[in-house]
Design a protein around this ligand. Structure first.
Ligand SMILES: Cc1ncc(COP(=O)(O)O)c(C=O)c1O
Length: 486
């Protein structure tokens, strides 16, 4: 490619093709061999400092050299979140069609903030939002929504909307209710919006990790008596820790009776709506005023793609519309949505395209089967663990999440010893780069948590990992016994 000139950003068509084809080859190879790759990466700051030169590059470098450097030194050093043995947090099972769609959206640099700028992008966003509204039983004509960078931004957008619609400008006496299992992004959002800590009511969960309805009712009653303004309940449909769905029907009833805003955070669990048993678990989700779902989780999209759905699209424009003079010529009629009026961002990438193209290409039935596979697989794993005298299931398979711990019956280990043992197993699995399997804490117990939403995860992967966990666990117990005997 040419040396630095004022036109340096211009590549010839042939140069672009050569470069682009190389990237397509790299990606096709990546997707093709992903299941055989090492899922875990580790690298401390010192190692990364040694690996990557951070000099400001004043002079140009050959494109191939930079590309080779990136494929050799950068891309391999990330955990493979789409790998079948990435079991932790919420995995990111992406798909090739969406990855390519994202390249098109980026390549064309579509600005999807204003209708006048890109009417088709706005229309595709409306279409894909309608698909989601339909799936979740929200009204299509009256309802609305917006794609965001992820669930955290969708929750923030939802709570900003709720505050504006229900409270206007004065929210000093308002109280918000959410369970101790709600995702931290909700607390972050509440704080970003300027609510004080004293306005947040963290409602304890019951033995099944569901928000306690009795405690919720008590908290609302207490606040009302004290002259405060109960305002919003955040229910979770698919908690991050256990996959639990809060009692949505009962929460909806309370919200209606007390005139509270009902927000449902289904960032992770929302995808389950596609399967029959998921749908029945999520019953009541259609009653929400606002709903967060993350297509970059269980709708198999690459990062970043979150989504907020609302019962009434006017709530969004009511919350986010400003009329700066420099945008006066982009203001059209209300049916021609300017998505910058429906959320926080003005300049927005064309996120809807990847959901649109992948849904059309694979068909909803493929998405459904993938979700159903994961739910079934998690239940099968639960059966397997329950049949073994070595494992204890701590929270049952729920929306593709399961928590368990190694607790061989004949050892009579104390809670403290069990915690140390399970932490050890997780650390060893990661050290061996065999899987990403980290711990969480449930009712003071350290547990191994799996979130199995990747359709490429099969029983053979799970059995491999469980067997390896057992061998690390047994080694640990043997060594412990030897040191006690000595
Ligand atoms: C229930 C829930 N809500 C919100 C989020 C945050 O979503 P994101 O990471 O896309 O911002 C997560 C992420 O795991 C989640 O599980």
């Amino acid at each position: 490619m040419s040396k630095s000139t004022p036109e340096h950003f211009l590549l010839s068509k042939e140069e672009m093709k050569t470069y682009g084809y190389k990237i397509v080859d790299i990606l096709a190879d990546h997707f093709d061999t992903l299941c055989d790759k090492t899922v875990v990466t580790q690298g401390n700051r010192k190692e990364m400092d040694a690996l990557l030169d951070d000099q400001l590059p004043y002079e140009p470098s050959p494109a191939d050299k930079v590309l080779n450097h990136v494929t050799r030194d950068i891309l391999p050093y990330t955990n493979q979140v789409s790998h079948p043995k990435f079991y932790s947090f919420v995995p990111g099972p992406s798909n090739f069609i969406s990855a390519m769609s994202d390249s098109l959206a980026t390549g064309f640099n579509v600005f999807s903030g204003a209708w006048t700028n890109s009417p088709t992008a706005s229309k595709v966003e409306i279409i894909t939002l309608h698909w989601l509204l339909q799936m979740f039983g929200f009204p299509i004509k009256k309802g609305g929504g917006i794609f965001t960078s992820g669930g955290s931004m969708a929750n923030l957008t939802a709570l900003a909307t709720a505050r504006k619609v229900r409270l206007g400008e004065d929210f000093s006496k308002a109280c918000i209710y959410l369970s101790d299992q709600a995702h931290s992004s909700n607390i972050k959002a509440i704080r970003v919006l300027g609510f004080k800590k004293e306005q947040i009511r963290v409602i304890p969960t019951d033995m099944e990790f569901k928000m306690s309805i009795n405690k919720l009712k008590n908290a609302i009653a207490k606040d009302t008596i004290q002259g405060l303004t109960p305002f919003c309940i955040i229910a979770t449909a698919g908690t991050t820790n256990t996959g639990t769905v809060d009692p949505l029907m009962e929460i909806a009833k309370i919200s209606k009776k007390e005139k509270l805003w009902m927000h449902v955070d289904a960032a992770y669990g929302g995808g389950a709506i596609l399967s029959e048993n998921g749908k029945s678990l999520l019953k009541g989700i259609e009653k929400a005023d606002s709903l967060t779902v993350d297509p970059h989780k269980w709708f198999f999209q690459p990062y970043e793609m979150g989504c907020l759905l609302v019962k009434n699209h006017k709530w969004l424009s009511q919350t986010f519309t400003e009329h700066p003079e420099y945008l006066r010529d982009t203001e059209g009629n209300t049916s021609e949505i300017n998505f910058y009026d429906h959320g926080i961002q003005l300049t927005r990438r064309f996120r809807a395209l990847k959901l649109y193209m992948s849904m059309k290409t694979y068909g909803l039935s493929t998405f459904k089967n993938a979700v159903q596979h994961s739910i079934q697989l998690t239940e099968d794993l639960e059966d397997l663990l329950r049949m073994s005298p070595k494992w204890e299931v701590i929270s049952p398979a729920t929306l593709a999440v399961i928590n368990y711990r190694y607790n061989p019956v004949n050892y009579n280990l104390s809670e403290k010893e069990l915690n140390t043992l399970n932490e050890y197993i997780s650390k060893q699995i990661i050290k061996a780069k065999a899987a990403v399997l980290v711990t969480t804490i449930l009712q003071n117990q350290v547990v191994l948590r799996m979130c199995l939403i990747n359709p490429n995860t099969k029983m053979k992967h799970l059995k491999d990992t469980i067997n390896l966990c057992e061998s690390y666990g047994d080694d640990y117990l043997k060594n412990k016994k030897t040191s006690v005997d000595n």
